[in-house]
Design a protein around this ligand. Structure first.
Ligand code: 5GP
Length: 189
């Protein structure tokens, strides 16, 4: 997505050789029209698939997921990073956070995903694939099928990209970064 790449170059900030800060348009302040276009781009890529639910992890994947969910006309489920007391029959998995360098438990109310569901997973970043792997375990526990993985910004030089490809999933990244050494972003093909 060329517009996204342009916004990353104009507004993103490289924190070091492997962390990109995108608070100005995605992770804190949200550029609504850009996020709408992200949802549309995911829809265009995955529209032939029989998607029944979109699953994301709170927080930054929620906005593009809603725009995509509107086009598929399906619900969006966001996996929670803390268990609310109101959750009645949750499934759990562990996620190691790349940016926070700590492990946390994520959860999902089991009734929202069944073995009849075909899931499009959407997230803001793909780094080592820990968040995806945590979501994958929750989706598996519910018996649902993953139809595709939509990522806004993938850092293809980290392990997540290969993990998802090796599992045979349809991975679609709107912006794929090959490297970001010494303050320069190099796009992957
Ligand atoms: P992974 O689980 O694939 O290792 O990392 C993905 C998660 O870590 C994303 O959901 C995102 O929250 C966070 N993350 C990973 N890399 C970056 C990055 O370069 N910038 C920001 N802002 N978040 C990142």
């Amino acid at each position: 997505m060329n517009k996204l790449k342009q916004v990353i170059l104009e507004q993103g900030k490289l924190i070091d050789d492997d962390i990109l800060k995108v608070d100005r348009f995605l992770n804190h302040q949200i550029d609504c029209s850009l996020v709408k276009e992200m949802g549309e781009a995911f829809y265009q890529h995955f529209k032939e698939r029989p998607i029944t639910k979109i699953v994301t992890i709170e927080t930054s994947g929620i906005a593009p997921s809603i725009f995509c969910g509107l086009l598929f006309n399906v619900p969006v489920i966001f996996i929670k990073k803390t268990q609310p007391s109101t959750m009645q029959d949750p499934v759990f998995s562990e996620v190691f956070s790349f940016t926070k360098q700590k492990t946390y438990t994520v959860c999902l109310e089991k009734e929202f995903l069944t073995e009849d569901d075909h899931v499009l997973f959407i997230d803001d970043f793909l780094a080592n694939g820990e968040a995806f792997h945590g979501a994958e375990k929750l989706i598996e526990q519910c018996g649902a099928t993953i139809e595709g993985v939509g990522i806004i910004i993938e850092k293809a030089f980290q392990a997540g990209h290969q993990y998802i490809i090796d599992q045979g999933y349809d991975l679609y990244a709107l912006a794929s970064i090959a490297s970001m050494k010494e303050g320069t972003i190099v796009w992957a093909e």
